[in-house]
Structure formats: C-alpha cells, structure tokens
Design a protein around this ligand. Structure first.
Ligand code: S3P
Length: 426
C-alpha cells in the first residue's frame, strides 16, 4: 500500500484509538486474573491482536467485538500446541516472556522478520536470574521457554525500558518472594498502575518497584484511554500545517505526554485537561494549535518519556529555525527499524538537513521540504511521520510500505483525510 500526499491543512475534532501499551497490559493481566474482565475501546491494530492471539493459544478466551472485549481466563493458561506468533510486536514478546517463564509448561515465542532482529537478551538475562530457563538465538527470537518455579530478584535495568521492567514485574507475580526492579531513568509506568488497579500490592519508591510473588490480579474493567503516541501524529500534523485540533479521552499519563510539554516550550499552544481516570491512568482532553518556532535539544533524561514520538519530533526540528539536537537515544536503533538511520534517510530525501549520530540526530532548520517517493521501511511510526512530512512538502509525497501503519493505527489515513489532509491510498 502507498499513500499519496499533498500539502494541506489538518484540523478539527478527532478521536484516537485505544492506547496500545495499555491494551497489551490489560489483556495480559486479564488473562492472569481470577475471573472475567470487560474492556472497551480495544485498539484494532495488529500488535494488540498478536497479544490476544497468544493468549487464545494459551487457552484464555478473548472475545472481541467492535472494540469491546471479554477476557475469560477459565482455569488458567495451559500449554500451547504451536509457537506463539508475536508478529511485529516487541511488547507482546517481552511481556509474554515474563508471564510464560513462571508457568508450568513449555512454550516458544516467535515473530516477524523485524521482531526477529530485535534484542531479547535484555529480558532473558533478568528472567534467567529469577530461575527461568530460556533459549534464544544469540539473544534474538525465537525464545524457547521451559516453564520453571521462579524466585524473586533485585534487578537494576541496564537500559531505560518499560518493556523489560514489565517483563520482570510480571514474572515477579508468579515468583517466590519479592522482586524489585530499579530503572536508570523513569519510563512509562502503566504496568505499575494497572497492577495496583487490579488489586496487586506493589511498592513504588522513586525508580524502584517491588512486587510480592504469589499474587493474582483481580479482573479489570473499563475503557482503554486513547493512545497519546497515535495522537501525536495528528497533533503535530495540525500544528505544522497551521490548523487547530481537539481530542478527548486521551491518556495523559506524564510518562507518555512529555512531547506535549516540549511542543509547548517550542511555542505551540497546548492544553491538556484531565477529566477522568481509567485502569489507574489519567484521561483527558488535549488541544493543540499554532506552529513551533524554536529549535530544541532532547537529551538522555527526556528520551524514555518521548521515545515513540522522537521520529516525529525530528520532523518538527526540520521546521524550526536553528540547530536541534537529539542525543542519548541509541535505543531507537532497536525499534521496529533502526529509527536513527531510517528517519534521517527518509527526511533527507524530502530535503531536510538532518544528520544521524550514533545516539540521535542533528537537524538544521528550517527547511522547505519537497515531495518525493519515500519508504516506511516496514516501520509504522516512520510511515506516519513521513505522511505528516508530506502535508508540508511542495508537490506530491508518496509513502511506500504504508501498510506498516496497521500495527498501531489502521485508521490513520482515513482519520487524517477526514481532518482535511490530502492523502489517498493506492
Ligand atoms: C513500550 C515501551 C517502549 C516503547 C514501545 C512500547 C511498552 O519500548 O518504545 O513502543 O508498552 O512498554 P522499550 O521498553 O523497548 O523502550
């Protein structure tokens, strides 16, 4: 699938799909719970489907209709007859590894070509310290897991990763004794919030989280809030094209919305208003208007809190006067693509002055972008970043491999078009 995009203004009222990070965790905790859970606004993207189908293969009933989902764990998980296919989803593989190592059966986690290149040693190491038996291919998928009794561990993460933190905490639920994870810098804290919402006792002090083993989560219920990382594409599209946009029901967890604070510092009018809470998360309205006007620096301390929005922020950097620098972001090399190289290559093709560094980019702005043919490199966030770039480029931009967006935001092209974008699919 390719998108053809021309200069246009985006604005109005929008909704975004349910939060992918929350959906993975809600399905998994519901699968471990002592009764049926009922969730609404489940996003339809392929990554979340991967988690749902892994759970089904483990004998957990997951019934989805129109975004409403009932998860009935029945008598609990049982041995899968086939490898569990995580598709493109790193979150599925890493969180499920944490769950499966403590189960009384063997299992195997596999994924697509992109996922098969991503590092899994980061979950294998701490889980092995807990007594797990996992065989990987030199630190890569597939993961062959031999279920074992686990024991608690004190683990300091070598990198800021919410997925690794979550894998260890989920393993800690089935382990004997306490499991404590310390992170080098704060990362998204959805697992901690959701465990608490499910009645699991955890201790949180600064960057340390402790979970006592042998606890079973209560069933969950509620509406999955809108995904702030999907929202980012629409909000930035509106800002860069000079439109205004409002959206309701977005997850406003501060470990996810650091990019909004940054946009505010760049001169964009941003307002967020908390309206309610769901599954331990704050949920509210977000309004954005006006263009960014300042260059910026993002360093290691901010990276984890805006990690999925960095490709889009690189695009923002191409439109503001002066030199912007993103550093401390080598983790981007281990995402669905090597995002440091792929973003630099894609935006350069459109005429941006962007240089890849080992741990980020240097961008000189502002640049007038020119429509060209570019490729998603199979990465959903790159596909959508390039589409937003197309809205401000002269002439026509064609994004090949646009089907990559299906993993997190299948409705993206239609939603953007409804908000005024000239974007067609062929
Ligand atoms: C996620 C954590 C982040 C993020 C990913 C989703 C999560 O990955 O990039 O899109 O749901 O925990 P890392 O833990 O690898 O930083």
């Amino acid at each position: 699938v390719s998108w053809r995009i021309s200069r246009s203004t985006v604005g109005g009222e929008a909704e975004v799909p349910g939060d992918k990070s929350i959906a993975h965790r809600a399905l998994i905790l519901a699968g471990l719970a002592g009764g049926s859970s009922y969730l609404t606004n489940l996003p339809s993207g392929a990554d979340v489907q991967s988690t749902a189908s892994c759970l089904r293969a483990l004998s957990i009933e997951v019934r989805v209709s129109n975004g409403n989902v009932e998860v009935d764990p029945g008598r609990g998980m049982s041995a899968p007859v086939q490898p569990l296919d995580c598709g493109n989803s790193g979150t599925t593989m890493r969180l499920m590894a944490g769950v499966l190592t403590g189960q009384p059966f063997g299992s195997c986690l596999t994924g697509d070509e992109s996922l098969s290149r991503r590092p899994m040693g980061r979950v294998v190491d701490p889980l092995t310290q807990m007594g797990a038996c996992i065989r990987s291919q030199d630190g890569h998928p597939p993961l062959h897991i031999d279920g074992r009794h686990l024991h608690g561990v004190e683990y300091t993460l070598p990198m800021a990763s919410a997925q690794v933190k979550s894998a260890v905490l989920l393993a800690g639920l089935t382990a004997r004794g306490d499991t404590t994870v310390t992170e080098p810098l704060p990362t998204r804290d959805h697992t901690e919030r959701m465990l608490e919402a499910a009645g699991v006792e955890i201790g949180r002090r600064g960057r340390r989280v402790t979970v006592r083993g042998g606890q079973r989560p209560d069933p969950l219920s509620g509406r999955i809030p809108g995904d702030p990382s999907s929202a980012a594409f629409l909000l930035v599209a509106a800002s860069l094209t000079g439109g205004g946009i409002q959206m309701g029901g977005v997850n406003t967890n501060p470990t996810r919305t650091a990019y909004l604070n940054l946009l505010g510092r760049l001169g964009v009018a941003v307002s967020t208003e908390e309206r309610t809470q769901a599954m331990g998360e704050p949920v509210g309205d977000v309004t954005v208007s006006g263009r960014p006007v300042h260059a910026f620096e993002i360093g290691v301390k901010d990276v984890a809190l805006m990690v999925d929005e960095l490709p889009l922020l690189a695009l923002v950097a191409t439109q503001v006067p002066g030199r912007s620098v993103v550093s401390g972001a080598e983790e981007l090399r281990y995402k669905e693509s090597d995002r440091i190289e792929c973003v630099a290559e894609g935006l350069s093709r459109l005429g941006a002055r962007i240089q890849a560094r080992p741990d980020g980019w240097v961008v000189d702005g502002p640049s007038r972008l020119t429509g060209r043919r570019v490729d998603s490199r199979g990465d959903h966030r790159l596909a959508m970043t390039l589409a937003v770039a197309g809205l401000i480029a002269d002439g026509e931009t064609v994004v090949d491999g646009a089907e990559a967006a299906e993993v997190s935001y299948p409705e993206f092209q239609r939603t953007l078009a409804r908000l005024g974008a000239r974007i067609d699919e062929d």
